[in-house]
Design a protein around this ligand. Sequence first.
Ligand SMILES: *Cc1c(COP(=O)(O)O)cnc(C)c1O
Length: 379
Amino acid sequence: MFCNPIAMNNTPFLPYGRQIIDDVDIQAVVDVLRSDWLTTGPAVERFEADVCAYTGASHGVAVANGTAALHAAMFALGIGKGDEVIVTPLTFAASANCILYQGGTPVFADVDADTLLLDPAAVEAAITPCTRAIIAVDYAGQPCHWDSLRAIAEKHRLALVADSCHALGAAYKGRNVGTLADITVFSFHPVKHITTGEGGMAMTNDAALATRMRAFRGHGITTTASQREKSGAWFYEMTELGYNYRITDFQCALGSSQLKKLDGWITKRNQLAQAYDAAFAKSAVCPLARRDDMRHAYHLYVVRTPERDAVFKHLRGLGIGANVHYMPVHMHPYYQNLGYEKGICPVAEAAHENILTLPLWPGMDVEDMARVASAAVTE
Ligand SMILES: *Cc1c(COP(=O)(O)O)cnc(C)c1O
C-alpha cells in the first residue's frame, strides 16, 4: 500500500503524509487531456469557484504552487524595499522567502509555547514604523489567534496574510480558514490535504487584490488567452512585471475532484489525531496543545518528546517516516548570512530541539497509528 521501498521486517515504509488518488480523480484528469484547453481554460475557473464555495471566500486565484501564491500576495499588497513584514519562524522557508522576493525585510516574531502559533504579543512588540504586513501560519493545521491578529493589524493599519498551507478545511470560531485574513494562501502539494501535483491558491474578499494577483500570475498582462479568444480581440497590454505562475487545467480538474473528498479526510485526520492523543496520555510524549474554539485540519501531528533525536532514529529504523517541522527559518544558513542571529526567537528555537512529526494521513488505519504510538513511547 505504501510508496517507499525502504522497509524493515517486511513492513512497508509509512510516510508522514501522502496523497490519495482514486479512479474518479484519474478520469477527471483524462477528460481534460482530451479537451481543447490544457491551461488557462475552464477547469481553472471551476477549481477557483469550488475552493471559494468551500471556504466562503469571494475570490480565488489558482497558481503553480503555494509559494507562487505567497509571492502573488506580497506583490498585490505592494510589499517592496524598505518594508518590514512580520512572520513566524516556525514554518517552511517559503513563508518568509516571499517577502525577500519582493525586496522586503522579514521580521521574525516568536511563537506561543503551547501551540507553536505566532504569538500576538510578540507580533505587537515587533512593529516599527516600517511594518506593512503580518504573515501568520496555521501551524500543523490549527488556526492562529486570528481575532487578536486582526485587532493588531487594524490598530496599526497592517495587511494580514494567512499562510494556511496546513489548514485547508479548518475553521476558527465558526469561520472558515480562507476568510480570516486579507489574503489566505493554500498549497496543493501531495503531502497537503488535497493535491494537484504542484499547485496553490490565494483567496481574498477584496476584488482589487484578486485582480492584481490574477495579472501577476500571467506576466502582468491584463487579459488571458481564453478571454481574448472569447472577445475575438488580439490586443493585450502588460501593465506590471508579473511571472508565469499559471497552473494547468488538468491539475485543476484533479483539485476539484479531490476537494469533494476533503471533509471526509479531515474527519479521518481528526480521528487518528485523537487516537494518538489517547495513546500518549500517560507517557512522556506530549501532543501540542489544541484550543477548543476551532476545527483542526491536522496537516501534521506534532508531539514534543525528550530524547527527540533518539526517538526519531528509532522510528526511522522501524520504517516509520517521522519528521521534524521545522528548523526555524532564521536559522537556515541563507538567513544567517543575511545577518539574522540565533536567539531572536527563543521559544521557536527551543521547540525545534524536541518537536517530532508523526505520520498522519487519511489512508492510515488505527493499526498503523497504534504501531507508531507504541514505537514512539520508548521507555
Ligand atoms: C507547503 C507549504 C508552502 C509552500 O507550498 P508549495 O506548494 O510547496 O510551494 C508554504 N508554506 C507552508 C507553511 C507550507 O507548508
